[in-house]
Design a protein around this ligand. Structure first.
Ligand code: BG6
Length: 476
C-alpha cells in the first residue's frame, strides 16, 4: 500500500480543548468557557456566565498556551508533517464585535505557527472550532447577521497576518453537528445559540437553519477574501462524516438512511456546488421555515466554493425506519446498534470500512481532494509508574482505519491529502468535558477536575505512529 509523496501525516487539536489560559493576555470569554464538565450520559451544562463552584474544564485545557514549544517538540519527534489546531476567536477579538484586534493574541499564534514551521510541520488552521466570543452568542450568535461581518473581520485579520505562515485553512468545524438541533450543545457550539426554554421545537429549528445560511455566506466570503490575500491558500470546509447505514435491506430502511444522510451531504453540496440542493429547498417549504437572505447572498455562496473537503471520521451508525416512533430526540431517529461491529466505552461504533465508504461517497459526489483531519479513539487509560500506557486498542483502531485510507487511495482512486489523528496529545473531550476520555499518543497527567502534574509521557502508540509516518504508511 503506497501513500502519495507529500502525504500530510500529523495530529489535530482545537484551541479550547488544550490551550487553557482562558483569561490572560487580553483574551475575552468564549462560549466554551461556560460549559461545565459532564460525563458519558451526563450532558454538559451551558451556564449563564461563570458560576462559582462549577467545573469548567476548557478554561484549563492542558495549558498548551504555556507549554506549546515542548509539546510541539514531541510532535516533531513523531515526525508530523502537519499540525492542525484552531485559533481561539476571542484571543483576537475579545468580544467579537471589536474593531481592533488584540495584538497579544495575534502574537501568540504568530509564535505558534512559526514554531510549527521551525519543527517541519505545516500548520492546518480551523477558524472556528466550536468557538466564538461569548459576547457574540449573547447577541444571538449566527442567528444574527452581524456575526457574518464579525467572523469575516476575524478571518481576514488572521489570514492577512499569517499569510506567509499558513496555507491550509478550514472555516467551521463539523458544521453539520447542529443538525442534531435539539441537543443544546450542538447549536450552541456550532452557532452560538443559547438555549431558550420558551422556544418551541420549530423555533429552535428556525434559528439553526438561519444560522446555517449565515455561516454559508460567511464561509463563502472568507474563501473569496482568503484567495485575494494569498492565491496559494487552500481553504476547505469541515464535515463530521458518520455514514448512516440502513439496518436491513428493507427498502424503508434504505430510504430512511438516504434521507438522514442529506443532513450531512447538504453541507458538502452547498460548499462545493455553491447552491442549495433541491431536497433542502423542498424541506424548508414543506416544514415552514423562512430563511432571511440579503440580495446577493446566493451569488456570494456560488462564488465562494471550497478548494477541498476535510472530514472527521470516528464511527458509523445504523437506522431502522420502524423504530423512529421510539426515538427520544437524541442521536438519530430510528438509530439501532449495529450487530456486526464493536463500540467504544462511549458507545461509538468502530467501523474502519466505513471510512473507506465515506471517502468513496464524497469523492464520487464532489471530485474534490479530501483531508481526513480527525480520526481516533477515546479510551480510559491508566499509566504505569513511569507514565507509560500500553494502548494496544488505539494502535489497532488507527492501524485498521489507516489501512482503509490506503485502500481508498490505491483501489478506489480517491485523492486524499492527509490524515491527522485527533487529540494526538490527551485533551479535554468536547462532548463530555472529561479528561479521562483520552485520544492521545502522549499521556497528560491530569484528571477531570484539573488535578495532576500535567506531565507528558509517551504512550506505546507514540512509537508506533512514528514508524507509520517514517515509512509513509507502509509499516502499519
Ligand atoms: C469532534 C470534534 O467532534 O470529535 C472534536 O471536532 C472532538 O472537537 C472529537 O473532541 C472527539 O469527540 P469527543 O466528544 O470524544 O471529544
Amino acid at each position: 500500500m503506497k501513500f502519495p509523496d507529500g502525504f500530510l501525516w500529523g495530529g489535530a487539536v482545537a484551541a479550547h480543548q488544550l490551550e487553557g489560559a482562558w483569561n490572560v493576555d487580553g483574551r475575552g470569554p468564549s462560549i466554551c468557557d461556560v460549559l461545565t464538565g459532564g460525563a458519558h450520559g451526563v450532558a454538559r451544562e451551558i451556564t449563564d456566565g461563570v458560576v462559582p463552584g462549577k467545573n469548567y474544564p476548557n478554561q484549563r485545557g492542558i495549558d498548551y498556551y504555556h507549554t506549546f514549544r515542548e509539546d510541539d517538540a514531541l510532535f516533531q519527534e513523531m515526525g508530523f508533517k502537519c499540525f492542525r489546531t484552531s485559533i481561539s476567536w476571542s484571543r483576537i477579538f475579545p468580544n467579537g464585535d471589536d474593531t481592533k484586534p488584540n495584538e497579544a493574541g495575534l502574537k501568540f499564534y504568530e509564535e505558534l505557527f512559526k514554531d510549527y514551521r521551525a519543527k517541519g510541520m505545516e500548520p492546518v488552521v480551523t477558524l472556528s472550532h466550536f468557538e466564538m466570543p461569548l459576547h457574540l452568542a449573547k447577541m444571538g450568535g449566527f442567528t444574527n447577521r452581524k456575526a457574518i461581518d464579525c467572523f469575516v473581520r476575524f478571518a481576514t485579520t488572521v489570514m492577512e497576518r499569517y499569510k506567509d505562515l499558513v496555507k491550509y485553512w478550514l472555516t467551521f468545524n463539523e458544521v453539520n453537528n447542529q443538525m442534531e438541533m435539539h441537543t443544546a450543545i450542538f447549536p450552541y457550539t456550532n452557532s452560538g445559540i443559547i438555549p431558550n426554554p420558551n422556544d418551541t421545537k420549530h423555533d429552535v429549528e428556525q434559528k439553526v437553519w438561519q444560522s446555517i445560511h449565515n455561516e454559508f455566506v460567511a464561509s463563502a466570503l472568507v474563501v473569496r477574501k482568503g484567495h485575494a490575500i494569498n492565491p496559494n491558500f487552500q481553504i476547505g470546509c469541515m464535515l463530521a462524516m458518520v455514514p448512516i447505514y440502513p439496518a436491513t435491506c428493507n427498502p424503508n430502511d434504505v430510504m430512511h438512511a438516504e434521507i438522514l444522510m442529506r443532513d450531512r451531504l447538504l453541507f458538502g453540496d452547498v460548499y462545493v456546488y455553491g447552491e442549495y440542493p433541491h431536497y433542502l429547498l423542498n424541506r424548508w417549504q414543506r416544514e415552514g421555515f423562512h430563511i432571511a437572505m440579503n440580495p446577493g447572498d446566493l451569488e456570494i455562496i456560488k462564488e465562494g466554493t471550497v478548494d477541498f473537503i476535510s472530514i472527521s471520521y470516528y464511527m458509523s451508525a445504523a437506522v431502522q425506519a420502524n423504530k423512529v416512533d421510539e426515538w427520544d430526540g437524541h442521536g438519530l431517529p430510528g438509530q439501532v446498534r449495529n450487530p456486526y461491529i464493536e463500540a467504544t466505552d462511549w458507545g461509538w461504533q468502530i467501523d474502519p470500512v466505513g471510512l473507506r465508504y465515506v471517502l468513496c461517497t464524497l469523492y464520487e459526489r464532489y471530485r474534490k481532494p479530501i483531508f481526513i483531519v480527525e480520526n481516533g479513539i477515546g479510551m480510559y487509560e491508566s499509566p504505569d509508574a513511569n507514565g507509560y500506557v500500553e494502548d494496544n486498542a488505539r494502535i489497532s483502531y488507527l492501524r485498521e482505519h489507516i489501512a482503509q485510507v490506503g485502500r481508498a487511495i490505491a483501489l478506489d482512486g480517491v485523492e486524499v491529502m492527509g490524515y491527522t489523528v485527533w487529540g494526538c496529545i490527551d485533551v479535554i473531550s468536547f462532548g463530555t468535558g472529561e479528561m479521562k476520555k483520552r485520544y492521545g499518543m502522549i499521556y497528560v497527567d491530569a484528571d477531570d477536575y484539573g488535578k495532576g502534574t500535567y506531565r507528558r509521557t509517551r504512550k506505546k502508540s507514540f512509537y508506533w505512529y512514528r514508524n507509520v509516518i517514517a515509512s509513509n504508511g507502509e509499516d502499519l
